[in-house]
Design a protein around this ligand. Structure first.
Ligand SMILES: [Zn+2]
Length: 360
């Protein structure tokens, strides 16, 4: 069976069938927008729990779904002598953002980047970083894409003028001011966000130890990955991540180019804040694809066509294809390498959870 799908429905079918064939229980949960998400589980609730989520950023779910399939086949089919499902509870959430997944977008039906939407208070859904306001005209042209536009030159000019940190700030922080802009965090709690908030308790139950791996693509070197941690991670916890996933895999929180601004609305921070009654480790596994300028260009063009071009038009089709390539490259080499690394990350989490299982 091919691990990578080209349609959400196709990915769902494979996920459900594979989960069931390995003894998993699958539930299709309907979100407030009427779209369904599949959640599969194995093992015993309340045991140390592994949560693997994918597709928070819609189109990135094509990669996340392939990882989940590979992990299920390799780790839960009884072939792996190390995995003991009696000592674990394992929950795989297939496509958190089914709208984005099925429409080839990174955002939800309201153009919202869900990883900026997990805010505690309604009043926080406002404003934009200064850097974003300055770049808004460049990031979000109010017109269909123009094939003759010298995008790369323009991007270089903005980088020269404002510097890489300003561009990074605009991207990392997201914004709550331009509903048709990229990296928009929304004006209230999105349906997919509510889905996570309402269901997360049933996923982790009373487990005292939870390791949550959230799969992403688009940031970093081609085919390589980093485990991204929240800014508030303590030194002690940082060591735990290093021990579990390997020193080199962890993005350094204290590196020189560490940015001073705070990311708001992230899912991981929200979950960790909710489950302070237990150890809840959250690892954002981010797999690199193409250069930041190319990925930004893909996001910009796809957003432009979504708002200002006809779905039948060539620019629209081209922009969709480029977005897909930037978040799930077709390269066999990339796919093989990233799937192998992902299964290793999930195995490492399982080993750690099983070693703690006897203590509970
Ligand atoms: Zn992502």
């Amino acid at each position: 069976m091919a691990l990578f799908s080209t349609a959400y429905s196709d990915a769902r079918g494979k996920f459900t069938a594979t989960a069931k064939s390995t003894g998993g229980t699958v539930a299709a949960i309907t979100q407030g927008n009427g779209l369904e998400v599949d959640v599969a589980s194995w093992g015993k609730p309340n045991k140390p729990t592994l949560l693997v989520s994918s597709g928070l950023h819609g189109v990135e779910g094509f990669f996340g779904s392939a990882v989940q399939l590979a992990a299920i086949e390799k780790l839960f089919s009884g072939l792996d002598p190390v995995v003991d499902l009696n000592e674990l509870h394992t929950v795989f959430v297939h496509g958190i953002n089914p709208f984005g997944f099925s429409h080839g977008r990174r955002v939800d039906e309201n153009n919202v980047d869900l990883n900026r939407n997990f805010l505690k208070d309604r009043q926080h859904y406002r404003g934009a970083p200064d850097a974003y306001r300055k770049l808004n005209g460049f990031l979000n042209p109010q017109s269909p894409p123009d094939a003759l536009e010298p995008y790369t030159l323009k991007a270089a000019a903005y980088i020269l003028r404002y510097g890489v940190p300003a561009l990074k700030e605009a991207i990392a922080c997201g914004q709550y001011q331009y509903p048709k802009g990229i990296f928009y965090g929304g004006s209230n709690c999105s349906t997919a966000t509510e889905f996570v908030m309402e269901n997360c308790e049933s996923w982790v139950d009373d487990a005292k130890l939870v390791v949550h791996i959230d799969l992403h693509t688009g940031l970093g070197k081609f085919g390589e990955y980093k485990i991204l941690l929240n800014d508030s991670t303590s030194t002690e916890d940082y060591r735990w991540y290093e021990r579990t996933f390997g020193e080199n895999a962890i993005a350094d929180l204290k590196s020189k180019d560490k940015t001073a601004y705070e990311v708001s609305g992230g899912m991981g921070a929200w979950l960790q804040n909710k489950f302070t009654d237990r150890r809840y480790y959250f690892a954002g596994a981010e797999f690199g694809t193409y250069s930041p300028v190319r990925v930004l260009g893909a996001l910009r063009a796809e957003n432009r066509t979504h708002h200002y071009a006809s779905p039948d038009s060539d620019p629209y089709k081209k922009a969709k294809a480029e977005l897909m390539e930037c978040f799930c490259p077709a390269s066999e080499h990339w796919r093989k390498k990233t799937i192998g690394a992902s299964v290793k990350i999930i195995s490492a989490a399982i080993r750690e959870l099983q070693s703690q299982s006897s203590n509970q």
